[in-house]
Design a protein around this ligand. Structure first.
Ligand SMILES: *[C@@H]1O[C@H](CO)[C@@H](O)[C@H](O)[C@H]1NC(C)=O
Ligand SMILES: *[C@@H]1O[C@H](CO)[C@@H](O)[C@H](O)[C@H]1NC(C)=O
Ligand SMILES: *[C@@H]1O[C@H](CO)[C@@H](O)[C@H](O)[C@H]1NC(C)=O
Ligand SMILES: *[C@@H]1O[C@H](CO)[C@@H](O)[C@H](O)[C@H]1NC(C)=O
Ligand SMILES: *[C@@H]1O[C@H](CO)[C@@H](O)[C@H](O)[C@H]1NC(C)=O
Ligand SMILES: *[C@@H]1O[C@H](CO)[C@@H](O)[C@H](O)[C@H]1NC(C)=O
Ligand SMILES: *[C@@H]1O[C@H](CO)[C@@H](O)[C@H](O)[C@H]1NC(C)=O
Length: 289
């Protein structure tokens, strides 16, 4: 009958629990007195308060060193990358003259790229600048935000603007390619001297087959007024300058490997490891029966 003795009645268990939760004799709540609870509460309050303060302080110190308008870790020595439009995965512009659908996408890509350059939009967004000099807008103690950018009108691309010829020459086998230089914040491209884009056949033997090129703006010139670029947050309406190349007499059914590079005194184009530094190479081929 010892087993029975050990067993508690339901009422006893209830009573024990009640006493555990609130013991009127010892004035303990869940086994602790009020002052004990208060101490525990105080400890956690101080502990978490300290953690929060530490976190906030660290965050604050970190943010003090960050200028919201200039990316902190940018490579000042970097050379601008160069890219073409239309851009394809392998940088190959290949199409068949008699098949509209084979070049239609290229024209569409150029259309969407050039929309921001519409004269009306440029007139609304950007200002007319004096050519041949940097568009500097220093802060001189006070923040000079937002900064203005200079107009680059779509009509400046003439035969490659897609305005008079919505096929950008693709239909007649005299296609246009746009060359653009990637943006680098605070980079004074050209070091105050004129710069331009030039394109050549990768293999000299192919120069004849590549035929003549037309460049827009004339001579592939890139004006200094589009530099320096101050960053997306500061110079919201900035549109980068582009140079259009029109192949006037491309030999059909032939792979042309073309290299376009930026000629500027402070842009190196001979980096072996980065083949997009200051230059870009692409293939163009127009098939014709
Ligand atoms: C830009 O101009 C082209 C040609 O005039 C027009 O088709 C297009 O809708 C314009 N885009 C914008 C965004 O103004
Ligand atoms: C761009 O086009 C607009 C509208 O036609 C014109 O007012 C402005 O002077 C042009 N800007 C440049 C740089 O040619
Ligand atoms: C940017 O362009 C808008 C029109 O699209 C214009 O209202 C605004 O003033 C421009 N901002 C700057 C900083 O040029
Ligand atoms: C389009 O053609 C007209 C008439 O031939 C010419 O005046 C205009 O300059 C051309 N526009 C472009 C952007 O080439
Ligand atoms: C176009 O190129 C061919 C050979 O590639 C050449 O015979 C012809 O004279 C060139 N035409 C022009 C207008 O340059
Ligand atoms: C292009 O720029 C280079 C170097 O800045 C210069 O030597 C060359 O004459 C320029 N070419 C043209 C067509 O302006
Ligand atoms: C170009 O397209 C036409 C029509 O589909 C086709 O007959 C021809 O073989 C194609 N030519 C080449 C070189 O791909």
């Amino acid at each position: 009958m010892a087993v029975e003795k050990e067993k508690k009645t339901c009422g006893q268990v209830m009573h024990e629990w009640k006493e555990f939760i609130w013991n009127p004799r010892t004035h303990q709540f869940m086994g602790r007195t009020g002052s004990s609870w208060a101490l525990i509460l105080l400890f956690y309050l101080v502990f978490y308060g300290f953690l929060t303060a530490l976190f906030t302080l660290t965050m604050w110190v970190l943010l003090q060193t960050v200028d919201p308008f200039i990316p902190k870790y940018q490579d000042r020595l970097s050379v601008p990358g160069v890219m073409i439009r239309p851009k394809t995965e392998a940088l190959e512009i290949v199409y068949n003259l008699s098949k509209t659908e084979s070049w239609d996408d290229y024209a569409k890509m150029l259309n969407s790229f050039l929309e921001a350059y519409n004269d009306s939009r440029q007139a609304a967004m950007n200002e007319f600048c004096q050519p041949g000099r940097y568009n500097e807008q220093p802060d001189n103690g006070v923040l000079n935000y937002p900064k203005r950018a200079c107009q680059f009108n779509r009509t400046m691309l003439r035969d490659c603007s897609g305005l008079n010829d919505s096929t950008y020459g693709y239909q007649e086998g005299r296609p246009c390619i746009l060359v653009k230089m990637n943006r680098i914040i605070n980079f004074y491209a050209g070091a105050n001297q004129p710069m331009n884009v030039s394109c050549t056949a990768k293999k000299e033997d192919d120069t004849q087959k590549m035929g003549e090129l037309a460049m827009f703006p004339a001579d592939g010139n890139i004006d200094l007024m589009y530099f320096p670029y101050y960053g997306k947050k500061v110079q919201v309406n900035y549109t980068q300058p582009v140079v259009a190349i029109k192949f006037l007499n491309l030999t059909f059914n032939h792979d042309h490997n073309v290299e376009c590079k930026i000629n500027a005194v402070n842009i190196a184009t001979d980096n072996e490891r980065d083949k997009f530094a200051g230059r870009v190479t692409f293939k163009i081929r127009v098939n014709k029966d």
